[in-house]
Ligand binder design. Structure first.
Ligand code: NCD
Ligand code: ZN
Length: 364
């Protein structure tokens, strides 16, 4: 990583092309799909393609087709070298054979979403002790593939503030039976969970979003576009997440970019859709955040090194360059056909801009 500075202020950054280990593109015919692929592929060499699409990605055949759809859209947007990272969405009916086929089709892990925890999760897992579920985890463990957890309990009588920490016993129980199963706690948001991951051995990691590094509950109550699951927490939690992102080798980037059209976010009934549309601003926001806390020299490890190392894949070869150039994030992005979407940091001035898109830096 090269940080060019003048008079004590950085003005240009060159770093290894980054990875995004948690991201939602939506499905091919959805108006959100192509713009989201373009935004993500312009900033990341690789990004996860979470499969809570409609219908969800629950078979090897769907993985192959979904990867093709994303690659096509990325190529069309000018990023033919972009690599989608595919996962199998677990349902109560997923069998060990389906898991094996998914891995053979190139899935790098299993996504475990509790049923009804968040957007399009109705097919998710209900019983973590079910024999079929445990048999699937056994396959993952034997093939050294990770289980990627949306780590929240779903009981509506439990406050959103407590839902992640109450998932710790479920993870502990799974780890007792499968100590060598790689587990990633997705979009970590709670100080107790941060402690759990830090105290665990090298088989446990976490992804960190930009918003869980700075948004607190009160912010989300004022701006529906900041509402997501896990719901933003308190300052002590945000500080714990941020400290982990700055310092810890098993905490790495996964934006949980989750586009929702404006009316579904701004409606009152049913309650607004959960998810933050970070795609247009991700690298700019991260540079700004790391700079604000004087941690710029840690950014490359967080974005481009730790995730690849934990997952045991090669690091990217290309580079991205950002330069200091203030720009105003639009209030609304028009996706065409009357579809509007409100991005993270809407209306804010950001100080950093991507100079060269990845197509210039990625090897063919
Ligand atoms: C995500 C989405 O919209 O797909 N929403 C969210 O609030 N994070 C789903 C998820 O990752 O939980
Ligand atoms: Zn997500």
């Amino acid at each position: 990583m090269k940080i060019f500075a003048e008079y004590g202020e950085a003005y240009r950054i060159e770093m290894l092309a980054p990875d995004n280990w948690h991201n939602h593109f939506r499905q091919k015919d959805d108006p959100r799909f192509r713009p989201t692929v373009a935004y993500i592929a312009s900033q990341f060499a690789r990004a996860n393609a979470m499969g809570n699409t409609v219908p969800p990605i629950t078979t090897a055949e769907q993985i192959v087709q979904y990867r093709r759809d994303i690659e096509e859209a990325a190529t069309e947007a000018g990023f033919p070298n972009f690599e989608p990272l595919m996962v199998l969405m677990m349902t109560p009916d997923t069998t060990p054979e389906m898991v094996t086929s998914a891995f053979n089709a190139g899935a790098y892990g299993l996504k475990i979403m509790p049923a009804n925890v968040t957007t399009h999760s109705s097919h998710g897992i209900v019983d973590y002790k079910a024999k079929l579920f445990r048999d699937c985890l056994r396959v993952a463990r034997s093939q050294r593939k990770p289980a990627l957890f949306h780590a929240e309990v779903v009981d509506p009588s439990i406050s959103v503030q407590d839902r992640e920490q109450l998932f710790i016993p479920i993870l502990s129980d799974i780890r007792e039976e499968f100590p060598n199963l790689p587990i990633c706690v997705e979009h970590i948001s709670d100080a107790d969970m941060v402690q759990f991951v830090m105290n665990a051995d090298s088989y446990v990691s976490a992804t960190v979003t930009p918003h869980h590094m700075e948004v607190v509950e009160a912010d989300a109550q004022h701006d529906v576009h900041l509402q997501c699951m896990p719901y933003p927490k308190q300052m002590k939690d945000v500080e714990a997440v941020r400290f982990a992102a700055f310092t810890h080798p098993r905490f790495f980037y996964g934006s949980d970019n989750a586009p929702h059209l404006r009316p579904t976010k701004e409606r009152e009934h049913p309650s607004p859709a959960s998810g933050v549309f970070t795609a247009p601003v991700e690298l700019s926001v991260l540079v700004e955040l790391f700079e604000r806390y004087r941690q710029l020299e840690k950014l490359e490890a967080f974005l481009s090194e730790r995730g690849a190392r934990w997952h045991g894949v090669r690091q990217n070869k290309g580079e991205v360059t950002l330069h200091r150039e203030p720009w105003v994030v639009p209030d609304v992005i028009d996706l065409g056909d009357g579809n509007e979407i409100v991005p993270y940091k809407h209306g804010h001035t950001l100080n950093w801009r991507l100079a060269d898109c990845l197509r210039l830096g990625q090897p063919t």
